[in-house]
Structure formats: C-alpha cells, structure tokens
Design a protein around this ligand. Structure first.
Ligand SMILES: Nc1ncnc2c1ncn2[C@@H]1O[C@H](COP(=O)(O)OP(=O)(O)OP(=O)(O)O)[C@@H](O)[C@H]1O
Length: 232
C-alpha cells in the first residue's frame, strides 16, 4: 500500500504557552485523496493548515509530508519543501497586485525548479492551459490581476496553486467570495485538476453543502482532543 501523503502523530500545538490549540492523535491522508475539513470558527482549522504547510512548528509530535518529517527541518528547508510540494489557496487569494494574471500563475515555477520541471512542455502554455481549464479567457493573461473580478481572481489563485502539479493542495475557504452556483463550478474544476495531477486536497469550508464532492469529510472536533467551545 502507498505511504500516506500526510501523516500526523501525537501532534500538539499551542499559540500561547499553557493554552493548547490542537492535540491530534493521528491523521493520514492518502495520495490523491480529497478531504473536506470543517469546524467552528476559531477551532484551529487554519492553524492545522499552517502546520501542514510548515509555516508553524508543533511543540510535540510528528508531521510527515510525502515521507519527509517537516518538524525536523529548519525554516529555510521547510520553505523550500513547501514551494516544491504544496500548492496553497487562500481565502484572500494573496495574489501579487502589480503582476499580470500570467505572472501570478507562474510564480511557483519561478521559486521552484521542481515544479517547473514537473511541466513537460512550455511553462507559459501550461499556465494558459490551467487558466482555460478554470474558465479564464486567454486574452486576460497579460492584464494586471487586480483588474479582474473577485471570482476570476479566485480562479487565478487556483491556477497558481495547481501549476507544476504539487502533490498536495491546501485550500482555506477558497469559495467564500463566490455565490452558490459559482462555488460548485469552482469545486468541480478544482477537483478535475487535482484528479489529473493526482494531488491530495485538503479543503476547509464552513459550507457543508460542498462536502458531498469530496472523498472524505472530517470534523476537526473529531480529531482534536482540545475541546474548543465556540458556536459553529
Ligand atoms: N497568529 C496567531 N497568534 C495567536 N493566536 C492565534 C494566531 N492565529 C490563530 N490564533 C488562535 O488560534 C485559535 C484557532 O484559530 P484558527 O484561525 O486556526 O481557527 P479557524 O478554525 O481557522 O477559524 P475560522 O474558521 O474563523 O477561520 C483561535 O483561538 C485563534 O485566536
């Protein structure tokens, strides 16, 4: 059987000493598996995503991503690892406002030779292919990204997360700026692209209607031994 893409073991994390935020006995996510992660506001979903991406380090426990112990790498090595293997999709997009649509999508390939080399042909053509798959017209490629609508910017951010076929895509409420009909279409396109590149997907959302599109739905409260008393 294949090794998990993500393996957590006895993970404990606190932002403030003495006030535990996450205490997770174990979690395995298989390569290509698509997970819907939900839980009340403030329950630690974004914190968990940050740990998976190596942005934070746990106080104790194991974070194993693609058979690499992230918790034993130094900061620079974790940054390198993240750039190579993880595509991030944020609620606020985090696009670079002064760059064009195309240059935003190509950014991960500028930082990571690994992702650049995962593309068989021309990187610009691959960026255009992803944009077209996400229904962004080719004529928009050279426009400054901030001149696009919010929904279009969300799809540009998705193309940027997907380029160079990272093994893991982490999406933190990426559909919150879209209306219901566009949300489902966006998820369908994201799913297709994750399937094509066999990327595991961890997708956080408060909208339970979206859960049916995923292989597995996980309530953070089921994993987290720290009980967080916040209304959902
Ligand atoms: N940078 C930080 N410094 C200190 N505490 C933080 C920081 N980021 C988050 N927290 C705290 O950690 C807890 C979990 O926050 P987190 O953002 O992970 O929750 P969430 O489930 O993603 O919430 P939401 O659904 O509202 O985005 C909260 O109590 C929050 O105040």
């Amino acid at each position: 059987m294949a090794s998990p893409a993500i393996h957590l073991e006895n993970l404990q994390f606190e932002w403030t000493s003495g006030r535990p935020c996450l205490d997770i006995a174990s979690l395995d996510v298989m390569p290509g598996e698509r997970i819907f992660l939900h839980g009340p506001s403030g329950s630690g979903k974004s914190t968990l995503l940050g740990l998976l991406g190596g942005m934070h380090l746990p106080q104790t426990g194991i974070i194993d991503i693609l058979s690499q112990r992230l918790d034993t790498l130094n900061g620079a090595a974790r940054d390198r690892f993240r750039a190579d293997h993880i595509g991030f999709l944020f609620q606020q997009f985090n696009l670079i406002p002064y760059l064009s649509v195309l240059d935003n999508v190509l950014l991960p390939c500028r930082f990571s030779a690994y992702r650049r080399n995962n593309i068989a042909g021309n990187v610009e053509q691959e960026a255009q292919r992803l944009l077209a798959a996400l229904r962004i017209d080719a004529t928009l490629g050279h426009r400054k990204v901030t001149t696009l609508s919010i929904g279009q910017q969300q799809r540009v951010a998705a193309a940027r997360a997907l380029i160079g076929r990272p093994e893991i895509i982490i999406a933190d409420e990426p559909t919150s700026a879209l209306d219901a009909s566009h949300q489902q279409a966006f998820i369908d396109l994201l799913m297709q692209e994750c399937l094509a590149s066999a990327s595991a997907l961890i997708f956080v959302s408060h909208d339970h209607r979206l859960a049916t599109s995923f292989d597995r739905s996980i309530a953070l409260a089921e994993l987290n031994r720290v009980s967080v008393k916040v209304p959902e």
